[in-house]
Design a protein around this ligand. Structure first.
Ligand code: NAD
Ligand code: ZN
Length: 343
C-alpha cells in the first residue's frame, strides 16, 4: 500500500510531495491516520537545508512531528488503544533506560530519537510511533489546536517552570511559541505579560493572545512598558524564546534580584552573556528542552478550561498546497500554519 507524504528526498533545499510505502506498525507500535499537522520552525530549517538540518537529517526522510489523527492499526502486543481513537504523539522517542528516563525525566534522555528528524514523520497520510508515545486527546478539543500541541507543549514547559500567579513576566521573542506562551502566562495568573520582538505582525498576535503589553525593541522602550505596568524592581519571571543574545541580555538587565528565567530559544551561534546581571542579581536560569509528559495533560486541560489558542493560527492549507505553507512561514507574517491531510 502507498500513501502521500512530504519527503526530504535529497540533501538540498525543498520538499517533494510523493508516494511512499504506507508504514506497517511493528511490535509495540501503532499506526496513526493523520488528520492535521502543523509546521514547526525546525521543519522550515529542514526545508531550507541549513547547517542544523544537514547535520541531523539523513534523506530520504518523511518530515513533520506536530499532528493530530486517529489510531488506524495496532502492532503486535498493543492492547491499550482502540482503532478510531483520537490521538497525538510525543515526538521525542526516548531510550527508556538512561538515568533520566528511569527517573521519569524523559525530556533529559541522553539518547532521544525525534519523529520527522531521525525517523519518518507526520507530514504524511499515516505515521507510525511506539504505543508508549501515543497521547489520547479529549474529543472536545479543536483539531487545529491539537495539531500544534507539540509546540504548545514547548510553551507550556517553559512558561510553567516557575510560579506565575501574581508575577510580572517578560517574554523575549514573539514567534509562534512566544505568542502561545503569552496566552498561557495570562491564563495561569500572571499580572503583567510583556513580550518583545522586532515584528509588529507577531506582536499583534501576542496581544490578541493575552499579552498585557508589547514592545517592538527596534523603536519602543522596555523601561516605559515596565513603568506603565507598575513594575518597580524588575520582572519576576523571564521566558527567552528568541534565541537572540541581545534579547537575553536585555532580559537579564530587566529582571529583579532573585528573578527566574526559563531558556527555550536556540540561536545559530554562541552568544556573549552579561555575567554581572546573572551573578549580581542572583538569577536562576533553567534550560528547557522538549516537553515533560505531564505538559500534555496540562495543555489539554488548559484548553478545556477556556484557554483560546486559536489567535496564533494564521494559515490553513491542504497538504497539496504545502509550498504556500512554507512561504507563509518564511515571510515572518505568520503564526502557526496548519496542513489538512483529509479531503
Ligand atoms: P521563531 O524563530 O519563529 O521566533 C523567534 C522570534 O524572536 C522571531 O519572531 C524574531 O523576530 C524574534 N527576535 C529576534 N531577535 C529578537 C530580539 N533581539 N528581541 C526580541 N525578539 C527577537 O521561533 P519559534 O518557533 O517561536 O521558537 C522559539 C525559539 O525556541 C526558537 O529559537 C526555537 O529554535 C526554539 N525552540 C527550542 C525548543 C527546545 O526544545 N529547546 C523547541 C522548539 C523551539
Ligand atoms: Zn533515556
Amino acid at each position: 500500500m502507498k500513501m502521500n507524504a512530504l519527503v526530504k528526498l535529497k540533501p538540498e533545499k525543498g520538499l517533494v510531495l510523493m508516494q511512499v510505502d504506507k508504514p506497517t506498525p511493528g511490535p509495540g507500535e501503532v499506526l496513526i491516520k493523520v488528520h492535521k499537522s502543523a509546521i514547526c520552525g525546525s521543519d522550515v530549517h529542514i526545508y531550507d537545508w541549513n547547517d542544523w538540518a544537514a547535520s541531523h537529517v539523513k534523506p530520504p526522510m518523511v518530515i513533520g512531528h506536530e499532528y493530530v489523527g486517529e489510531i488506524a492499526e495496532l502492532g503486535e502486543g498493543v492492547t491499550d488503544y482502540q482503532i478510531g481513537e483520537r490521538v497525538s504523539g510525543e515526538g521525542h522517542i526516548t531510550c527508556g533506560k538512561c538515568r533520566n528516563c528511569r527517573s521519569g525525566n524523559i525530556q533529559w534522555c541522553k539518547d532521544t530519537n525525534s519523529v520527522g528528524v531521525d525517523r519518518n514523520g507526520a507530514f504524511a497520510e499515516y505515521v507510525c510511533i511506539p504505543a508508549s508515545n501515543v497521547i489520547r486527546i479529549p474529543t472536545n478539543l479543536p483539531e487545529d489546536v491539537v495539531a500544534m500541541f507539540d509546540a504548545v507543549g514547548n510553551a507550556t514547559h517553559t512558561a510553567l517552570m516557575f510560579n506565575l500567579i501574581g508575577e510580572d513576566v517578560i517574554i523575549t521573542g514573539a514567534g509562534p511559541i512566544g505568542i502561545i506562551a503569552a496566552g498561557i502566562c495570562k491564563y495561569a495568573g500572571a499580572r503583567n505579560v510583556i513580550i518583545t520582538d522586532v515584528n509588529d505582525y507577531r506582536l499583534d498576535l501576542a496581544k490578541r493572545m493575552g499579552a498585557t503589553a508589547t514592545v517592538n525593541i527596534a523603536r519602543e522602550s522596555l523601561e516605559e512598558a515596565m513603568k506603565a505596568g507598575g513594575i518597580v524592581e524588575g520582572f519576576d519571571v523571564g521566558l527567552e524564546m528568541s534565541g537572540n543574545g541581545g534579547a537575553f541580555n536585555q532580559m537579564t538587565g530587566a529582571m529583579r534580584n532573585g528573578g527566574k528565567i526559563s531558556l527555550l530559544g536556540l540561536g545559530n551561534a554562541p552568544i556573549t552573556v552579561n555575567m554581572n546581571n546573572i551573578i549580581g542579581k542572583g538569577l536562576t536560569l533553567q534550560g528547557i528542552y522538549g516537553r515533560k509528559m505531564d505538559n500534555w495533560h496540562q495543555m489539554a486541560y488548559m484548553v478545556q478550561g477556556g484557554l483560546d489558542l486559536s489567535p496564533v493560527i494564521t494559515h490553513r492549507f491542504h497538504y497539496t498546497e504545502f509550498e504556500k505553507g512554507f512561504e507563509a512561514m518564511h515571510s515572518g507574517m505568520s503564526g502557526k500554519v496548519i496542513l489538512n491531510w483529509e479531503d
